[in-house]
Design a binder for this molecule. Structure first.
Ligand SMILES: Nc1ncnc2c1ncn2[C@@H]1O[C@H](COP(=O)(O)OP(=O)(O)OP(=O)(O)O)[C@@H](O)[C@H]1O
Length: 224
């Protein structure tokens, strides 16, 4: 057991969206501040794992503990609250709000979480700092619909990081980037995570990225 507790602790997980079991995991743990890569072929359950970790879905059996708390026992409102306060999420495809500016998108989590808002004295300045760091400094006042997919992914990363949530869940955030840009993006995200002690679970089918992480696990597709 980690002295300070795990960021994430899964035990005896069995999960099916409908009938067919898509995920079986005896144990999966992520330490605080640890960066974990989750790989495996298409359909092996990587996104399903993130759905369990974000509390969007619940396993039929087993325990999902986040920061020492069993999220399955919280109820829907409790899980929403927990997610807003403690989890930054970067999806595979666009998850920005199209009618808001880059600044408004990046600072959005501060509206939904007092805890994260309390860590940021000046939202605009912090959004600018994160965007600068991700190579997007000049885009603060722009509409997100004007941006390329790769630029939108970096805005999504800034939004996930603002207010220092303890955990970042990332689902193929580099899918629209070439290898070099993808690796650059990961390095910048890591620097922010390391400074703030944030744990990261990063899902991708691109095993070539895995060596940059503290640890990599490989999920298998069930039933061939
Ligand atoms: N929301 C959902 N409702 C029902 N079934 C789902 C849902 N999401 C995923 N599945 C099914 O669960 C299985 C695992 O899918 P999942 O998206 O977790 O895999 P993945 O490893 O992330 O795949 P990819 O690399 O292609 O994104 C698939 O058979 C998929 O059809």
């Amino acid at each position: 057991m980690e002295p300070d507790g795990w960021a994430i602790e899964l035990k005896d997980i069995r999960f099916a969206w409908e009938r067919e079991v898509v995920l079986e995991l005896d144990a999966f743990e992520v330490a605080r501040g640890e960066k974990v890569f989750v790989g495996g072929p298409s359909g092996c359950g990587k996104s399903s794992l993130l759905s369990l970790l974000s509390g969007v879905a619940a396993p039929q059996s087993g325990e999902v503990k986040m920061l020492g708390r069993e999220i399955g026992k919280m109820g829907a409102a409790g899980r929403d609250r927990f997610r807003a306060d403690h989890v930054g999420y970067i999806f595979q495809i666009f998850n920005l709000v199209p009618f808001l500016s880059v600044e408004e998108n990046v600072t959005l989590p501060l509206r939904y979480s007092k805890r994260r808002a309390s860590r940021v004295d000046q939202p605009k300045a912090e959004a600018q700092r994160l965007l600068d760091h991700l190579g997007m400094g000049e885009f603060l006042g722009r509409q997100v619909t004007d941006l390329s997919v790769g630029q939108q992914q970096r805005v999504a990363a800034a939004r996930a990081l603002i207010g220092r949530p303890e955990i970042i869940l990332a689902d193929e955030p580099t899918s629209a980037l070439d290898r070099e840009s993808g690796e650059g993006f990961i390095e910048l995200m890591f620097q922010e995570c390391e400074q703030a002690g944030i744990s990261i679970v990063f899902v991708s089918h691109d095993a070539g990225l895995s060596s940059r992480f503290d640890r990599a696990i490989q999920l298998e597709r069930r039933g061939g």
